[in-house]
Design a binder for this molecule. Structure first.
Ligand code: FAD
Ligand code: 2HG
Ligand code: ZN
Length: 474
């Protein structure tokens, strides 16, 4: 931002409100100005670190009065650059890092009230200490925040059993773009009282206000678990195996994840310590994770008997069943390191897409063929939450291609995948959101009445357009 006369006065006001620990400027802002994928480098007037809801509200009022745009930021793990400021230098980042208190855990109501900056892993740990389960689980859980996962309606590994972040949320506290505080931290399972504002803010990616706290649902802790990594014959076999488990006992399938052979190879070849617990590498893998809160649920027996059936049918080629907590963690690590494996292997383009379950095999095959025809030598590396119909249909660069030249073709690559996904009745953004990267797709995919309604909502709540502008809406 050009150094207008208002800027020093505004910075003074930020300092007066938040103290020295609450305002970052200069080089201290660096980690907050780039996205996790390293695709954008923004600038900002300041990074502001409020420590209470009242401070967030006062900050929003100050920014609104000065016409300064605000970018809410949690753990900055967005896959779509949703929490990165633009290049103008005139925006402020509002970090929730100091809104990190767990306000209440109630094992009778099975609820938990946490501030927005609580790290997801800390919320899981606190729930477990209270004898309960907070089931949301994803690779970034050690650094992403509850405000971030709610604002993106994150999915992750356990959606197949517990739903997306939205399904785990009962109520919210938030600061709206005019600086008013909405006290909606209700912990009710039933509450039909007009428009569900809480559901507007979930998935809004910080464009309608800043979530400061949330009331979340808890579940009984699992008493039995069973995990296996399976080599499967092809994409159809992966889906068939899911259907076998679902038919036997849908309620115990906690996660069901697909990893293509090419994606697994990148982890095995580039991530130190990654070891395949099977006799040989395969073209396709499935990670199946069963859990039950019922003692004596017999999950090990269920796992073995379903896998035996599938082996006999030729769907499963080989399987490794975890015999210890260490083996369980090692199997899960092969799944969780997928983004890291792709990052280490050079440039890659992400396509976070979903299709109806029955169409997943066709989607993967058609995208693979279309992508390799588009860029010969490129490596399709699909993996993801097949039980939800959500595959990360990613493309790794040809090993001998210049990474920048490959990334310059991102739009074409995404369009190539999206054409197949659209044909199969899917979505171009399953769980990561729109952020900055996918705004250009909104008109095409959500245009007409749907986008008009979204714009009307945005105008009504944020008439000055200061809440995370340039994200979500084109
Ligand atoms: P940020 O990245 O800081 O912000 C994300 C968006 O939410 C931005 O638009 C930001 O402005 C907004 N925001 C943040 N906090 C608030 C708030 N308090 N109020 C209002 N708006 C806010 N996503 C999945 O869905 N499933 C996965 O399996 C998954 N795995 C991942 C694995 C890795 C290794 C990484 C790096 C990311 C993964 N993600 C996944 C993507 C990411 O969406 C999640 O990590 C998480 O939802 C983002 O949380 P965050 O706190 O980092 O939010
Ligand atoms: C996951 O499922 C994340 O691991 C990241 O959603 C997906 O890296 C990706 O494309
Ligand atoms: Zn994912």
């Amino acid at each position: 931002m050009p150094d207008t006369p208002t800027t020093p006065a505004l910075l003074d006001a930020f300092h007066a409100l938040l103290g020295p620990a609450g305002v970052l400027t200069g080089a201290d802002m660096a980690p907050h100005l780039t996205d996790w994928r390293g695709l954008y480098r923004g600038r900002a007037l300041a990074v502001l670190r409020p420590a209470s809801t009242e401070q967030v509200a006062e900050l929003v009022r100050l920014c609104a009065a000065a016409g300064v745009a605000m970018v809410p930021q949690g753990g900055n793990t967005s896959m779509v650059a949703g929490a990165t400021p633009d290049e103008s230098g005139g925006q402020v980042v509002i970090s929730t890092a100091r809104l990190n208190r767990i306000r209440d855990i109630d094992p009778i109501d099975m609820t938990m009230v946490c501030e927005a900056g609580v790290i997801l892993k800390h919320a899981q740990d606190a729930a477990r200490e209270a004898g309960c389960l907070f089931p949301l689980s994803l690779g970034a859980e050690g650094s992403c925040t509850l405000g971030g996962v709610l604002s993106t309606n994150a999915g992750g590994n356990t959606t197949v059993r517990y739903g997306n972040a939205r399904e785990l949320m009962l109520g919210l506290e938030a600061v709206l773009p005019d600086g008013s505080v909405w006290h909606g931290l209700r912990r009710l399972r039933k509450d039909n009282t007009g428009y569900a504002l809480r559901h507007l803010l979930v998935g809004a990616e910080g464009t309608l206000g800043i979530i400061t706290a949330a009331a979340l649902r808890l579940f009984p802790l699992p008493r039995e678990e069973a995990v296996a990594l399976c080599a499967v014959a092809d994409e159809e076999a992966a889906l068939a195996l899911f259907r076998r488990f679902r038919a036997r006992d849908e309620g115990v399938v906690r996660a069901f994840e697909y990893i293509s052979g090419a994606a697994m190879d990148l982890v095995l070849d580039h991530v130190p310590g990654a070891v395949l617990p099977l006799a040989a590498r395969a073209g396709h893998y499935v990670l199946v994770d069963l859990a039950s809160s019922r003692p004596g649920a017999g999950l090990r027996g269920l796992l073995e008997s379903v896998l035996e059936e599938a082996l006999a049918e030729g769907e499963v080629i080989d399987a490794a069943l975890a015999e210890s907590e260490a083996q369980r963690a090692a199997i899960w690590r092969l799944r969780e390191e997928q983004p890291e494996g792709q990052r280490r292997a050079g440039a890659s383009v992400k396509n976070d897409v979903s299709v109806p379950l029955s169409r997943v095999p066709e989607m993967i095959r058609r995208c693979r063929a279309a992508l390799t025809a588009l860029i010969p030598g490129s490596r399709p590396v699909p993996f993801g939450h097949i039980g939800d119909g959500n595959i990360h249909m990613n493309l790794a660069q040809p090993p001998d291609m210049d990474p920048a030249a490959f990334l310059a073709r991102s739009e074409e690559i995404m369009a190539c995948v999206n054409a197949v996904v659209r044909d199969l009745g899917g979505s171009f953004s399953a769980e990561h959101g729109i952020g900055r990267i996918k705004t250009g797709m909104m008109e095409d995919w959500r245009g007409g009445a749907e986008l008009a309604a979204m714009r009307a909502i945005k105008r009504a709540l944020d008439p000055l357009g200061l809440m995370n502008p340039g994200k979500v809406l084109p």
